[in-house]
Design a protein around this ligand. Structure first.
Ligand code: PEP
Ligand code: MN
Length: 339
């Protein structure tokens, strides 16, 4: 809730507002904008109705802040958060390109893929050791052995690595190998996991739940931030729609909406949105054009042999061509204002 006071409001009137917010245990911020005092208050339970506040003496207008009343909200921190992964920065206007296989299947497959995507211009490598599978009988990932392969990938390529964590009990294990932890779409609402990744120090990529609103996604990020970890990247990965032509419907509007509502970097995973390789490149280009800070692309040297998500994996040559296109799109957006 943002309460904008009249320019001629007295200090007693401001104090009355502050006292009421204190009674609600609100987090209170007082600023001065355009000659007016602006009081913002946030509580764990959302501040009720704006009407009683608007009626208090000295109040000019009340803005109920549905999104901004959170630590990840733009209203709390107007400047963009830049997430740092070693030398790599996400959210500072640079383009982050994460690439690799959906799952780590073997040492040879992972090292080969990592070498090829690194040569093609990836800035971070993906590869999961723990896979969330719909069927309990499907390949679940190599577990700790996969994480050891991932650490080798980082040593060989010099690039940071990101891996999914599925279970709060495995957060420390995954964090001891990966440079970035990823919370997947199925776990976006797993608050125990969100809290746990919020308590460790590695950056977190938070995928949007496949049936979650943008507001719910931002609340999930708030769970992480509230535990002390502000290094969060939001990742749009498509939502469940009614059209089976693609696996999911990529919500491009989520990119500017999440950037307006929060100060966090926003990336897009067009591979899991599409579920089919033939539209991954156009979706990735659209993501960059819409202002995404990066993309995450599934790449496999032999997609027909992939144990998970082969239908959506690009081969390394296709990925290389896409990197050039994405750099061209990002470059075209950097309009030289000096004329
Ligand atoms: C993945 O990136 O491999 C993955 C499982 O993604 P999502 O959680 O978006 O389905
Ligand atoms: Mn996958």
């Amino acid at each position: 809730m943002i309460i904008v006071m009249h320019p001629e409001a007295t200090s007693e009137e401001v104090a009355q507002i502050v006292a009421r917010l204190q009674d609600l245990d609100a987090d209170i911020h007082i600023t001065s904008e355009g000659g007016r005092t602006v009081v913002s208050g946030t509580t764990e339970s959302r501040l009720a109705d704006e009407a009683p506040w608007a009626a208090l003496p000295g109040v000019e207008r009340v803005v109920p802040v549905l999104r901004g009343g959170r630590r990840v909200g733009r209203h709390f921190k107007p400047e963009d958060t830049v997430v740092e992964v070693g030398d790599l920065t996400i959210g500072d206007g640079s383009l982050t390109i994460v690439a690799g296989p959906c799952a780590i299947e073997s040492r040879e497959q992972m090292l080969e893929t990592a070498r090829l995507v690194a040569a093609a211009g990836a800035t971070m490598i993906r590869g999961d050791a723990f896979k969330p599978r719909t069927s309990p009988y499907a390949f679940q990932g190599l577990g700790k052995a996969g994480l050891e392969i991932l650490a080798e990938v980082r040593d060989q390529t010099g690039l940071p690595v990101v891996a999914e964590v599925l279970d709060p009990r495995e957060v420390d294990l995954v964090a001891s190998y990966a440079d970035v932890l990823r919370v997947g779409t199925r776990n976006m609402s797993n608050q125990a996991l969100l809290r746990e990744v919020g308590r460790q120090s590695k950056p977190v990529m938070l995928k949007r739940g496949r049936a979650s609103t943008i507001d719910e996604w931002i609340d999930a990020a708030e769970y992480i931030h509230n535990e002390g970890n502000s290094q969060i990247v939001l990742v749009e990965r498509g939502i469940r729609g009614f059209d089976p032509s693609a696996r999911n419907t990529l919500d491009i509007s989520a990119v500017p909406l999440a950037k307006l509502a929060t100060h966090l970097p926003v990336m897009v995973d067009p591979s899991h949105a599409a579920g089919r390789r033939d539209i991954v490149a156009p979706l990735a280009r659209a993501a960059v054009a819409a202002g995404a800070d990066g993309v995450m692309i599934d790449v496999h040297p032999r997609p027909s042999e992939a144990m998970v998500d082969g239908r959506q994996a690009l081969v390394p040559e296709e990925f290389g061509a896409l990197v050039l296109e994405l750099e061209a799109v990002a470059g075209a957006l950097r309009v030289d204002s000096s004329g």
